[in-house]
Design a protein around this ligand. Structure first.
Ligand SMILES: Cc1cc2nc3c(=O)[nH]c(=O)nc-3n(C[C@H](O)[C@H](O)[C@H](O)COP(=O)(O)OP(=O)(O)OC[C@H]3O[C@@H](n4cnc5c(N)ncnc54)[C@H](O)[C@@H]3O)c2cc1C
Length: 496
């Protein structure tokens, strides 16, 4: 294998970040015959290199080994990001939903995204689903998930199984359809170059080309590219753009799905090792908030029980009777800032009174649902150590979670560089090209203009596919035609 750090490299297209957005864009361009180098800060590991949602996986594949805190004057929020080839798709549960029609309509109406409608998005969802396949469970859902469904049914609320990016053809337990198992093998087969363990620090425009500087396994590295797609995710893409002097509408409009969790205890065992991941989602209150069941391994239960130190031993004794549930909304805004001398950006978040009232209402509804499902004790993840033992106790929960009342976290991050034609709020055009900057595109969750309400990976992939096809059309008509890289491309195909 060539050592990609030894020689100067020139490529037609460099894509920075190998998450769902970067992987779909890279595969689409490479299969169309473009010379593409995909650069990823994290390692290239098989999807099953560590048990899912366990410490080893967090150390291998998450940014900062797991949770990163944000900063706030009042309520703060922790967030999680993948850092490996495949990005978030390697570590997430693969719950898959297409972008709801109402969200697509918001993007068209409020951000003036050209040519986007529910109908025009369908072929892009279908194209991505043909590669990364989506299936409902073939076996019964785990008891923790079924409890949520039972509670919702008793209250007459809409609840549905969310299908997953998992296939059940070869293994009854399923095979995860992460990027490393689906798009990336196709990318490599099409001649794409993959450079893991390589962090890009800065982009510079020199003589009508892009110069990319970074480090690979401790050594500095420079790559030249005709065109760059940045796909580092909603936090790291704006940080890289700002470090590179590109600041217009970049980083100031972070959105997310803030989440509050509870631990619910049932009389019977509901948390059984070896069961499939939970899949049910209560949809009755969307788009205001939705509810679901999380992976409930004992260390994750203990994390939420941190608000209940007096009851921590309950987890050791009763974890098989306990499961984690969450309510998540779309409230709150944030911003991404670089701090001189620090590698990671600083994220600030803020929530309005109504954002927190909405989450508080969601929390009450979630507890109602779990009591309707037969829960005997609920430990909400809010300060004050309130423990609920009856439905009546739900009324005693606060009407707002303002201040430091809630322990919030987020897995779904968006909108730091919104796409669209609105000059007063959009960083990139309707197809991902950075406004006013030549040959620079984005291809990740940063350009989704607003929260997707549902699980976002399907939206990230479909929009990346749509925009990559548009880039190819532009290139075919000469508007963004990548120039020849004059035969000096030196790219090593990565091996596992
Ligand atoms: C624990 C968890 C569970 C989730 N569950 C679900 C779910 O079930 N369903 C769902 O739809 N969504 C889920 N999500 C969200 C989903 O994974 C993300 O929306 C999706 O991965 C975003 O894709 P992306 O391409 O924008 O960025 P990412 O997946 O974040 O990928 C960005 C990649 O870019 C790399 N990178 C960043 N900066 C640089 C740089 N400077 N140089 C080189 N590389 C760089 C990063 O290392 C990373 O690998 C979950 C997320 C997490 C963290």
């Amino acid at each position: 294998m060539n050592d990609p750090t030894r020689a100067p490299q020139r490529v037609q297209v460099a894509i920075i970040g190998a998450g769902p957005g970067g992987s779909v864009a890279a595969t689409t361009l490479a299969e169309a015959g473009h010379d593409v180098l995909l650069i990823e800060a994290g390692p290239h590991l098989p999807v099953d290199s560590a048990p899912h949602f366990r410490r080893d996986e967090m150390m291998q594949k998450y940014c900062n080994g797991g949770i990163t805190p944000s900063f706030a004057l009042s309520t703060s929020m922790a967030y999680l990001e993948g850092c490996c080839v495949g990005g978030g798709s390697e570590i997430n549960r693969g719950l898959y939903q297409r972008t709801p029609d109402t969200v697509v309509e918001t993007w068209r109406r409020d951000f003036h995204v050209d040519g986007i409608t529910c109908e025009t998005m369908v072929p892009h969802f279908e194209a991505c689903e043909a590669v990364a396949r989506v299936s409902p469970l073939r076996a019964p859902a785990p008891p923790s998930s079924l409890r949520l469904q039972e509670g919702a049914n008793r209250l007459g609320w809409r609840c549905a199984e969310v299908p997953r990016l998992v296939t059940y053809d070869d293994k009854p337990s399923g095979k995860k359809q992460s990027m490393s198992a689906t798009f990336l093998p196709r990318f490599l087969a099409a001649g794409g170059g993959l450079m893991p363990d390589t962090r890009v620090h800065r982009l510079r425009r020199i003589g009508g080309r892009w110069s990319i500087s970074g480090t690979r396994r401790g050594r500095t590295l420079d790559i030249e590219a005709d065109t760059i797609f940045v796909a580092g995710g909603a936090i790291r893409t704006p940080a890289l753009l700002k470090r590179s002097g590109i600041r217009r509408h970049v980083g100031g409009s972070l959105r997310f799905h803030p989440m509050v969790k509870v631990v619910a205890q049932f009389p019977e065992e509901i948390n059984l090792p070896g069961m499939p991941d939970p899949v049910h989602s209560v949809k009755e209150f969307e788009p205001r908030f939705s509810m679901g069941c999380s992976i409930s391994a004992p260390p994750l239960l203990a994390l939420t029980m941190a608000e209940h130190p007096d009851h921590m031993t309950e987890v050791d004794r009763h974890w098989r009777h306990m499961a984690l549930y969450y309510v998540q909304s779309t409230g709150g805004i944030g911003s991404v800032h670089n701090v001189p001398g620090f590698r990671d950006p600083l994220v600030r978040v803020q929530f309005s009174r109504s954002d927190m009232a909405e989450l508080a209402e969601g929390l009450k509804r979630l507890c109602e649902c779990l009591f309707a499902a037969g829960a005997v004790t609920i430990y909400p993840g809010i300060s004050g150590g309130v423990v609920l033992r009856t439905t009546g106790g739900v009324r005693g929960l606060p009407d707002t979670l303002r201040g430091n009342r809630a322990t919030l976290s987020a897995l779904h991050l968006f909108a730091t560089c919104p796409m669209g034609e609105r000059g007063d709020r959009c960083a990139v055009d309707s197809f991902g090209k950075v406004h006013g900057v030549d040959d620079l595109y984005l291809a990740d969750a940063s350009l989704l203009p607003s929260p997707t309400v549902v699980n976002p990976q399907g939206s990230v992939m479909a929009i990346a596919h749509r925009n990559a096809l548009h880039f190819l059309e532009r290139a075919a008509h000469g508007a963004a035609k990548p120039r020849s890289s004059d035969g000096r491309t030196l790219i090593a195909r990565s091996n596992l």
